[in-house]
Design a protein around this ligand. Sequence first.
Ligand SMILES: [Zn+2]
Length: 305
Amino acid sequence: MAQSVIRTVVARYKSAKSNGHQWSEVHFQLPEYDLVWNRDYSLNQDLFSVNTLSGRLKFKFEKKAMKRYFNGTWKFGTAKLVHKFNKWFLHIPMTKKFEELEPQNVNHVVGIDLGVNFLATTYDTHGKTNFFSGKQIKQKRGHYQALRKQLAKKQTASARSRIKAIGSRENRYVTDVNHQITKALVEHYPRGTCFVLEDLTGVRKATERVCVSHRYVTVSWAFHQFREMLTYKAAMKGQLVIVVNPAYTSQTCPKCAHRAKENRHKKTHTFCCKNCAYTSNDDRIGAMNLHDKGMKTLCGGTILA
Ligand SMILES: [Zn+2]
């Protein structure tokens, strides 16, 4: 049990670092306990059995939503026991092997451009574009910002703790939106689809200078989360996610390949090629170029994801 505490604290610092957060002391407000499957806990259709300092205890649990995980195909991982709202919750990571889609079996490619105005813009092999609006998330962000400003003026302890609460509510909201969009994407496109995302590792520092109101772009964890969610959801549906180098995807003309900064007008969100005059929405251009890069990557046989 003592070892589990050390591991948990170390893991928390590690994830803060890998998420690019500034160093700050980690606090645990709620008691939690990591349980290793078959050593500290086990679970069958009827009972949850757990190792405690006073021996092994067995409990009944709420199992309605759990039923489908007992069919033998799911593996239970190290679980976290959490006390919240006067109840005990067990968070169990579950894994299941799915047959992976091989790159040579891809029959449909979808480029996905992630941004502020349209959270996700897609361009697929049939030349079809889809926009997943980010308007709502922008409004919500503005609302939370105003609330934070108001509270900051008060400078009381309760105001400070409310600011913190708003932060985590906002994060939960982004997580929820990511869930919705990734779910819509894997449901919209058929089995055999390969989604192409831009590889954002290493560009975080460059985007940090973007103004605060465009936080969704700068907070790279939201993108990482999107990529992770899409990857596992796609795998479950016989689809694939690859990442490509995003260099010049917003400045290059997808029709004539002419590359110039001036092709793109950030303010009006339009793209107009200085060479062939091809004009379109700039997010759509990003998705088109990602689609093309994805096609080339698949044909060249180098998969980065
Ligand atoms: Zn052009």
